[in-house]
Design a protein around this ligand. Structure first.
Ligand SMILES: Nc1ncnc2c1ncn2[C@@H]1O[C@H](COP(=O)(O)OP(=O)(O)OP(=O)(O)O)[C@@H](O)[C@H]1O
Ligand SMILES: [Mg+2]
Length: 305
């Protein structure tokens, strides 16, 4: 049986791996593993023919209808598509928050699709970081405390927990805001605390479902600068977004429609969030200078009258 689903993923090495036309599953797997090893690639996510059907009383909602997807270490993938197309359902499955109705899912080489719930929870805690649209921070705790929380069960000393949390906050550019509570931070800063919290356990994969959904465009840029920098350091990221401008900062775009992947393309030249962010700073400065000039012109006009 030739069950291996080639995808239209066009990344150079990926095309070789994903485009295999194999005579048997086993042969396909062996050839793929050999090629992956040869290319020095490592699959973080491997999904084959995944389906998810929700039952609501008598009705069945087929949220995913046979999805195959491979994500290699170091990729930055935008998951796009209209509302209800199955994006969050996919993220829940990839994030081990839920189990598929059928199909196979391997996370960093381990088959997780049939794992019992307790093992799934362990895998989730060790391997996955989540960031959501609402930042879900503890409002009464400082940024540092919020980031320390996931480490409390990791069997580390209190000092080591604080050291790691501080390092992570520095990495997302919040070294000077560690003792602020969420209400004392901007939206972008709050989301960066949430990113630090998601990554403090050193997961293999960051899943972000509309992380900029609640933010204005300039603050969204601030979050994308951080995500691009983390990806540059090797972090694998899957990011759900409705916004083509946000997807332009990623390296690959996977588009869903009615529970299926309808497009899977490499972004030839991802935009650099930092460049765009600096440009907004520049234009804010130019606007500011223009305001000051207009004000002083008005003042001198008033004085001469
Ligand atoms: N827990 C659930 N029970 C029943 N149906 C569900 C459940 N979760 C999602 N669905 C349905 O599954 C389909 C896919 O939903 P999903 O949340 O994955 O869409 P989405 O692409 O994330 O949409 P959005 O962009 O609006 O967030 C939708 O038709 C939705 O109504
Ligand atoms: Mg959703």
């Amino acid at each position: 049986m030739n069950n291996y689903q080639p995808t239209s993923h066009t990344m150079q090495d990926g095309a070789v791996v994903n485009g295999l036309a194999a005579r048997s599953d086993r042969e396909a797997t062996e050839r793929k593993e050999a090629l992956v090893a040869q290319a020095g690639m490592e699959a973080v996510v491997e999904i084959r023919d995944l389906t998810k059907t929700y039952k609501l009383g008598q009705t069945k909602v087929r949220a995913l209808r046979g999805v195959s997807l491979a994500v290699q270490r170091g990729e930055f993938v935008a998951i796009m598509g209209p509302s209800g197309s199955g994006k969050s359902t996919l993220m829940n499955l990839v994030g081990c928050l839920d189990r598929p109705t059928s199909g196979e899912y391997r996370l960093t080489g381990k088959t997780v699709s049939k794992m019992p719930a307790d093992e799934l929870a362990d895998i989730r805690n060790q391997q996955i970081g989540f960031v959501f649209q609402g930042f879900n921070l503890l409002t009464r705790a400082t940024a540092l405390k919020n980031v320390v929380l996931p480490l409390m069960y990791a069997g580390l000393s209190g000092q080591e927990q604080l050291r790691r949390a501080r390092k992570m906050l520095q990495l997302v550019g919040l070294g000077a805001r560690m003792n602020h509570k969420p209400a004392e931070l901007s939206g972008g800063q709050q989301q960066r605390v949430a990113i630090a919290r998601a990554l403090v356990n050193n997961p293999a994969l960051l899943l972000a479902d509309e992380p900029t959904g609640n933010l204005d465009s300039r603050t969204s840029l601030e979050v994308m600068v951080v995500l691009q920098a983390l990806n540059q350091r090797g972090l694998t990221i899957l990011l759900v977004t409705h916004d083509a401008d946000i997807a332009a900062f990623t390296k690959r775009q996977v588009v869903f429609r009615d529970g299926r992947i309808v497009r899977d393309e490499v972004v030839a030249a991802p935009r650099l969030a930092e460049v765009d962010w600096l440009a907004t700073r520049q234009s804010t400065r130019i606007q500011h200078v223009a305001h000051v000039q207009a004000d002083s012109a008005r003042e001198s006009e008033a004085e001469s009258q």
